[in-house]
Design a protein. Structure first.
Length: 128
């Protein structure tokens, strides 16, 4: 989904964020605009599994430049990733825990590391 010529993309309002979201840029913008997008980390309100170190509390995904809102709405409806479909069917809530600009390659690199260090919610709870 791309914006009409001459129009800027719609702004996205995340109710859980009371101030401007800090956006990080992971790589320089690629030459092919189709490769550029959003890397998002979703913070689950209830951990999956047994909790603790064995429980999943985050999901990291990628959306195209203007497809972030559509992708998040798909997750909310239980479509797309199996983990997010399970969360929707089990009634597990979530919110955006981090938002970064980058490519699919950047997303794969981030998935190799834990999500908690970049999740705003986890960092806020850790600082209490």
């Amino acid at each position: 989904m791309t914006p009409a010529a001459g129009k800027s993309p719609p702004s996205v309002d995340f109710p859980s964020a009371r101030r401007a979201l800090p956006v990080q840029y992971l790589t320089s913008k690629p030459a092919d605009p189709a490769l550029w997008g959003w890397i998002y980390t979703l913070h689950l309100h209830t951990p999956l599994g047994r909790g603790g170190r064995n429980g999943a509390r985050h999901y990291t995904g990628w959306a195209s430049e203007y497809g972030l809102l559509d992708r998040l709405l798909c997750h909310r409806a239980g479509h797309g990733a199996a983990m997010m479909a399970f969360c929707a069917s089990a009634g597990i809530g979530w919110h955006v825990g981090a938002l970064q600009r980058g490519t699919r390659t950047d997303e794969r690199k981030l998935k190799q590391h834990g999500a908690a260090p970049r999740c705003w919610t986890c960092q806020a709870m850790k600082g209490r």
